[in-house]
Write a protein that binds this ligand. Structure first.
Ligand code: PLP
Length: 385
């Protein structure tokens, strides 16, 4: 069955002979087993069942199984945010003395997690540029790296990683590969030998800016090894948020397809406009990884566009009406964000510039409004800045 159909007909449990069309929300924190023997069987994982919501909750569990299937892996663990999912993966797999590699052109809080937070626990790291493939190989060779974490497309400058080359290199040096697949989404990258996927469910999965969540998706053995750490970290997904995310998933394909189509049109229009420069969108032929976008993501350039504004930033942001000034992406509303202060001020101007970000770099996260309305909004803001 097509994944879009599967998501709409996600399984629901029978209730006195009838099946609810929509899964109920189990708010109950506590679950009472049949008897003492059953209680012990659940604790020892010998019998299916629930006892306490931080460990497992039926609404969250349904979502986990749906997301694992969607990404094409055996199991998943949900969290209260995307960054909690990444933290659980890193803390669950690494111990003092281990080494992590990640790319500088990635989400700022993940850089902080890897380079500052984990340093406190004796885990070292190299945060290198994704364009230094020789350096990557020499680091992997000398440091016996445990994890390589990457995004593709990256946040915010939408560069793509050659996943075949990266995973080959990592396998050769016995490093596990973690892919933050938030920008690409669940329909992409399942075919590659990636050990762990993480997603911020706050974005495309929820889609309506009203729930936060994160998920880690992997093989059964990897999920089982992270599970005790995840439960102890305690960043549990609330069942009501799980319900909202599950509801958002039913229109996932419609929303992401529409947003990608609009983003492709807007990127093409912007690339011909003299009031902006360096328009970056993976579906544009001028993008350095255009061919990779065709082969790796079936030509789907996603819903995020980056460009450098020639005019005045304050006037541009204040003129926009439909594009709302706020972080995040993957929701029905179109959003706009200045890149330097949100994503790169920790790097400083020189390194940020090397990573493709200046104080004039703008990120658009395209939603599902009528694309002609979005274009008119950009046009009037560009005219006045
Ligand atoms: N990964 C990427 C690529 C993101 O863009 C974000 C948030 O913007 C996150 C992870 C973190 O997600 P959350 O805000 O749900 O913690």
């Amino acid at each position: 069955m097509d994944p879009a159909t599967n998501l709409i007909h996600a399984s629901a449990s029978e209730l006195m002979g009838s099946t609810p069309l929509v899964n109920p929300v189990y708010h109950s924190v506590k679950y009472c087993p049949k008897n003492y023997a059953h209680f012990n069987e659940i604790l020892k994982n010998k019998s299916a069942g629930y006892i306490y919501s931080r460990v497992a909750n039926p609404t969250v569990r349904e979502l986990e199984m749906e997301l694992a299937k969607f990404q094409g892996r055996e199991d998943a663990l949900c969290f209260s945010s995307g960054i909690a999912a990444i933290t659980a993966a890193v803390m669950g797999l690494c111990k003092s003395g281990d080494h992590i590699v990640m790319f500088r052109e990635s989400y700022k809080p993940t850089r902080f997690l890897v380079s500052k937070f984990m340093e406190k626990f004796g885990v070292t790291s190299d945060v290198i540029s994704m364009h230094e493939s020789d350096r990557l190989e020499s680091v992997l060779k000398t440091r016996k790296t445990k994890l390589v974490i990457f995004e593709s497309p990256t946040n915010p400058v939408v560069r793509l990683v050659d996943i075949v080359s990266l995973t080959n290199l990592c396998k050769k040096h016995l490093a596990m590969v973690v892919c933050d697949n938030t920008f690409a989404g669940f329909s992409h990258h399942g075919q590659f030998p990636i050990d762990i996927f993480v997603h911020s469910l706050t974005k495309h999965a929820c889609g309506h800016s009203d729930a936060m969540g994160g998920v880690l998706i992997a093989s059964q053995s990897v999920v089982d090894s992270i599970f005790p750490y995840a439960v102890t970290l305690g960043a549990t997904l609330d069942p009501h948020a799980a319900f909202l995310i599950a509801r958002g998933l039913k229109t996932y394909h419609l929303r992401t397809k529409e947003a990608s189509l609009s983003a492709a049109s807007l990127a093409t229009w912007l690339s011909k406009d003299g009031r902006v420069e360096r328009v970056r969108y993976p579906g544009l032929e001028s993008h350095p990884e255009f061919n990779l976008c065709q082969s790796q993501m079936g030509g789907d350039g996603g819903s995020v566009i980056c460009f450098d504004l020639l005019g005045d930033m304050e006037k541009f942001f204040d003129r926009l009406k439909l594009f709302k000034l706020t972080p995040s992406m993957g929701c029905v509303e179109s959003l706009v964000a200045p890149c330097y202060q949100l994503f790169a001020d920790d790097l400083g101007p020189a390194l940020a510039k090397e990573s493709g970000i200046t104080e004039k770099t703008v990120r658009l996260a395209v939603g599902v409004e009528n694309k002609m309305d979005l274009l008119a909004d950009l046009e009037q803001a560009l005219r006045h800045c």
